[in-house]
Design a binder for this molecule. Structure first.
Ligand code: UFG
Length: 336
């Protein structure tokens, strides 16, 4: 069988988009996913091995059975409040499982790794935009469990032939413009998804968490990146490593921010639905403004985003929610 890209967490929101792009680009793929939050139906290319990263025997078997050219490591837990309640689960699933995976890479001589990290490693940084040179200072177990993984990768790389690209994602949103893939998780906490639910009457109102931030309109500002562009960054990172590129840590964002109010206003304008908005207290631990300095990724990977546009992010997310929820009335048809 042909050499493959191993994609952990390939059944998830971001992983499945990357698998699709890899498949379209002609790569052979093996997905390793325990399907705890991912869905087998999201995997449009390659083969799926249902397994947990903590199951080292199963993982070894995959490395043994397939010639692995590179590993893309998406599998992990990512809900900040949950990480405060179950920190050890986060260190186990994020940090310890990354260590097991790297050990496998060591044993089987796999020397290319692309790792999903997060802007959460920066914590409450006052720098805006935030560059990769900033010293990370995460403020919750989620961010710390990811930063610890980054350290493992960096330390191992220094002592071996491993070449890595660590991608620090900012606020990922949107869906496949062709409607094949999008967010599938059952619970809604992210802003874009919450806004879609409010438009579609799946929830009675949208809460704005905090209106007293030191920002232009008092609401929190984030750098929203379309999942398709983020997925493409992974393919660019893979090509970069294939061409012998040096290890890198790169922010994934557009370098511009929108406030919660701006997102809400655009969503109302696009949909024509004037959903109810309630202004409530700040959510615990939310920073005022998180914007990527996104120069490096463009320079190093030659990454050229195609969907750097809040309206496209909102429209594709909304179209996906309509499809996923099987909604089919005229009010909603008019939206898209
Ligand atoms: N928000 C609302 N109402 C909602 C949902 C969100 O006002 O119904 C606000 C939040 O308070 C925040 C902003 O919209 O100010 C964005 O919130 P999200 O939940 O969409 O995203 P976060 O910025 O909180 O989280 C993202 C990633 C995390 C990562 C974190 C790092 O999803 O994985 O950035 O700061 F840890």
């Amino acid at each position: 069988s042909p050499p493959k890209i191993l994609v952990t967490g390939g059944a998830g929101y971001i992983g499945s988009s990357v698998v699709r792009q890899l498949g379209e680009a002609g790569y052979s793929i093996v997905v390793y996913d325990n399907c705890s939050t991912g869905f087998p139906s999201s995997i449009l290319y390659g083969q799926l091995v249902i397994g947990d990263l903590a199951d080292t025997e199963r993982l070894h078997q995959v490395f043994h059975e397939h010639e692995i050219l590179a590993v893309m490591h998406f599998a992990g837990s990512l809900i900040v409040p949950e990480s405060l309640i179950h920190p050890l689960n986060y260190y186990a699933n994020n940090t310890s499982n990354t260590l097991s995976l790297i050990r496998c890479c060591q044993i089987f001589g796999v020397n290319r790794l692309i790792f999903s990290s997060t802007a959460a490693v920066y914590g409450n940084s006052s720098s805006n935009p935030i560059s990769e040179a900033e010293i990370p200072c995460p403020i919750n177990p989620y961010g710390r469990s990811k930063l610890a993984s980054e350290w493992i990768i960096q330390d191992y790389a220094k002592s071996s032939a491993l070449q890595y690209v660590i991608l620090r994602y900012f606020n990922v949103a949107g869906a496949d413009p062709e409607g094949r893939l999008g967010q599938m998780s059952k619970t809604t906490t992210h802003l874009v998804r919450s806004v879609c639910d409010a438009i579609l009457n799946l929830k009675p109102s949208l809460d704005i968490f905090g209106t007293d931030f030191p920002t232009r309109d008092g609401t929190a500002v984030r750098d929203y990146i379309h999942v398709e562009d983020l997925a493409k960054a992974h393919l660019d990172a893979l090509r970069y490593l294939e061409n012998g590129g040096e290890s890198q840590i790169l922010n994934c964002g557009y370098g511009q921010g929108y406030s919660v109010r701006e997102v809400v206003d655009r969503a109302k304008a696009i949909s024509g639905v004037d959903f109810l908005v309630r202004e409530t207290e700040r959510r615990l631990g939310d920073p005022a403004s998180v914007i990527a300095c996104a120069d490096s990724i463009r320079q190093v990977l030659n990454w050229t985003p195609k969907y750097n546009n809040l309206d496209i992010i909102l429209r594709t997310a909304l179209a996906w929610e309509i499809k996923r929820n099987n909604l089919n009335n005229r009010r909603i048809h008019n939206i898209i």
